[in-house]
Design a protein around this ligand. Structure first.
Ligand code: FMN
Length: 399
């Protein structure tokens, strides 16, 4: 069966590369994004089109089943935040082999995002330069539409702070996050707190542990039972910054980290994966230019926390090998967008199929056994020498 699916995926990949992609790439990127979402809505609208989509793009294997923080996933390959900013396509994702989908980022208020052109394809770099600025219809409106919907895969709710003000105000910002958090109390299976959007007017103030602690306190006061909360880290944080934010989060009830958001280093001398001239002076990059740094961040967070926290790996996952590298570095789950755009919607099926092969090669029966398997943890004394004495403990919040 796997062989037949391999042939199917190969044919679909060739059709995408030589016919569909050249047509899609004729559209301006944001226009293409909108049109593909319309197609997704049509495909998810009825049983027949969902069934045909499954035949073309589906894949399943029990070896990929994984439970993370009490949530059961059919496979670890997820849609990353930013593709479905208004939470409109939750019914199609399981049919294109996603095991989870993170919707949003949603903000407390309606947010128009940044003005003008906001997306560019960096074809040689296999990347998208993103300057969206958190455009979405606002948490309460979207939550109202999604309430009572029964999704067939775990849904993540990505909460960000509205990109409206240029001056940062801690109380206002926390209230903004909490508006989304509370609007989605009964919707979705986990939350991601996005503190790392590189395209907002007031920067990334929650990288400061004091602000992060205040946000954690607000979340814990209103905590939704049995729903893990993850924090999405910026790609370009230094190790001391990562250490400060991760320790603060773990001491204050955060269940894990999404590593990572978009890459900001656009100088090819410092980031050899940047192979295109930059079409705009603002924005940050997905895909290949982020791949290495995101994996390094996963490896660091996994070792820093002695494997005690959940990591969702994201950034430049194009193949099963890329996905496996992030898993064996310490990620239990994965997110992706760019590969789907550059290589086609059969990519998730092909990555899952390849993961099963890689598991077999390494002698694992289940994907959970591979997590962190190529990132061995140092013995306690050495760990203390390298990371310092302070205790990195995941504190459970009474919920
Ligand atoms: C068009 C686009 C929009 C994005 N918007 C968001 C967002 O709203 N929130 C967020 O946390 N990340 C956002 N991201 C970042 C992705 O979630 C992800 O971290 C990044 O694209 C790396 O994954 P990839 O290389 O597989 O695309 C966006 C990425 C893209 C390409």
């Amino acid at each position: 069966m796997s062989f037949i699916i391999g042939i199917r995926n190969f044919i679909l990949g060739v059709l995408y590369k030589y016919i569909l992609k050249p047509l899609i790439f004729l559209w301006e990127p944001e226009e293409a994004h909108s049109k593909l979402k319309v197609l997704g809505k049509i495909l998810q609208s009825n049983f027949i089109t969902r069934y045909i989509t499954s035949i073309l793009f589906g894949y399943g294997n029990k070896k990929l089943n994984i439970t993370v923080d009490g949530v059961k996933y059919k496979n670890p390959v997820g849609l990353s935040a930013g593709f479905d900013k208004d939470g409109e396509l939750g019914f199609i994702y399981p049919h294109i082999s996603f095991g989870l989908a993170e919707l949003g980022s949603f903000t407390g208020e309606y947010c128009a995002g940044n003005a003008g052109n906001r997306l560019w394809r960096l074809k040689k770099s296999r990347s998208i330069l993103v300057w969206y600025g958190l455009n979405n219809r606002g948490a309460e409106k979207i939550a109202e539409e999604l309430k009572d919907k029964k999704f067939k895969l775990p849904i993540g709710i990505s909460a960000a702070k509205s990109n409206i003000e240029t001056n940062f105000d801690l109380d206002v910002s926390i209230k903004d996050y909490m508006k989304t958090y509370n609007a989605f109390r009964d919707i979705g299976d986990y939350y991601t707190i996005n503190i790392s959007c590189p395209n907002t007017q007031d920067g990334e103030p929650f990288v400061d542990p004091k602000n992060m602690k205040a946000l954690c306190d607000a979340i814990n006061k209103d905590r939704v039972k049995d729903k893990p909360v993850y924090v999405k880290l910026a790609a370009n944080l230094s190790r001391p910054e990562i250490k400060a934010i991760v320790t603060t989060c773990m001491a204050n009830g955060i269940d894990g980290f999404v590593c990572s958001n978009l890459e900001k280093e656009r100088d090819p001398a410092k980031n050899p994966d940047v192979k295109d001239p930059m079409p705009y002076h603002k924005g940050a990059m997905s895909g290949q230019p982020l791949q290495r740094r995101a994996t390094e961040q996963i490896r660091y967070v996994y070792r820093l926390t002695q494997g005690k926290t959940t990591i969702i790996g994201v950034g430049g996952i194009f193949t099963a090998k890329d996905a496996y590298e992030k898993i064996t570095s310490g990620a239990s789950l994965l997110h992706m967008i760019t590969a789907m755009i550059f290589d086609g919607p059969q990519t998730m099926s092909e990555i899952n199929r390849g993961l099963v092969k890689l598991l077999k090669k390494d002698g694992f029966d289940n994907i959970s056994q591979a997590v962190g398997s190529r990132n061995p943890l140092p013995p306690q004394e050495e760990w203390e020498k390298f990371y310092g004495k302070n205790e990195i403990e995941k504190k459970a919040v009474n919920n």
